[in-house]
Design a protein around this ligand. Sequence first.
Ligand code: NAD
Ligand code: TYD
Length: 351
Amino acid sequence: MILVTGGAGFIGANFVLDWLAQTDEPVLNLDKLTYAGNLENLATLQGDPRHVFVRGDIADGALLQRLLAEHRPRAVLNFAAESHVDRSIHGPEDFIQTNIVGTFRLLEAVRAYWGSLEGEAKAAFRFLHVSTDEVYGSLAPAEPAFTEQHRYEPNSPYSASKAASDHLVRAYHHTYGLPVLTTNCSNNYGPFHFPEKLIPLMIVNALAGKPLPVYGDGMQIRDWLYVKDHCSAIRRVLAAGRLGEVYNVGGWNEKPNIEIVLTLCALLDELRPRPDGKSYREQISYVKDRPGHDRRYAIDARKLEQELGWKPAETFETGIRKTVLWYLDHQEWVAHVQSGAYRDWVSKQYA
Ligand code: NAD
Ligand code: TYD
């Protein structure tokens, strides 16, 4: 089996669902269920013996030790993190705790477990760390996209904490020989994306008749990848990545934020027109910029493409249409996230 951390969040849940759609290899899913963790994302796995869920913290060394000894995974994939830049600006503490201390505790537990393995099991074991392009900082308009050699220049408490975790993973390989792999991916979008991030927030606000808050001039550039393509890249790196290597993941889809918002408005105008016949564009509202806002991210994914033969399956056009349709079809999921109903369920379940 494999151990996935953070598997009730946006990318982790997509990963677990896709994994079990493709193989019968069981998944042990360790997630703390913070505000971003949502078991409703995994509702289709209810009663499926291939999925074992444990509520817990990656910073809990004793729990990790017990889980590893009991379940003996052949790989650990670390998705668990605090992930929202704006939250990291308001309160960095949780980011330091989970992204740095948590990753450290996880590495320590995995190091001890891996050290106890022998022969083929030891040789085949992998620790895959899921990270972000934000560790590389911000690009000027004409600069080439981030390669794996780009220096680390994190600018937000979020990206700084992820950068620290990447360095720890690297050091555990260099110092202890731990068989690690790291992926640095660009911005994801798709099903189960928590509506605090740009794309789901805009869809949800548009449908609710609320303003669409564009930070600053809306000309900041992000490089967008459909979440299921990120998941296929992680599966590929896990299967064939070279030990100790870093792989950038991206789909060559740089877009300014305002273009994303206009695209979403156009799709909603087509698929769910406003009752008054006006465009959702009318709801766009320019607001105060994010402090320290990175201007541009762009990923050079050639290493992953050339070495491991990975390619994304979706273009931005196909992926964004799927995403809007998913949100239109899953209004109940949105309502539960917004009302906090899913949290009530969690407190009942884990009382
Ligand atoms: P998310 O915030 O949606 O989910 C994070 C999950 O981790 C939640 O289920 C949460 O409950 C869990 N978690 C948080 N702290 C934990 C802890 N201490 N112990 C155990 N579980 C904990 O995040 P996401 O967007 O799914 O991102 C997943 C990973 O991918 C993160 O490491 C993030 O840095 C990275 N990443 C995200 C993006 C993106 O665009 N969202 C892009 C590149 C990389
Ligand atoms: P976000 O989804 O928070 O991802 P990240 O900051 O990790 O890239 O934001 C994506 C971009 O959208 C970023 O440039 C900030 C911008 N943004 C807005 O303009 N308005 C919003 O309400 C949000 C949440 C983000």
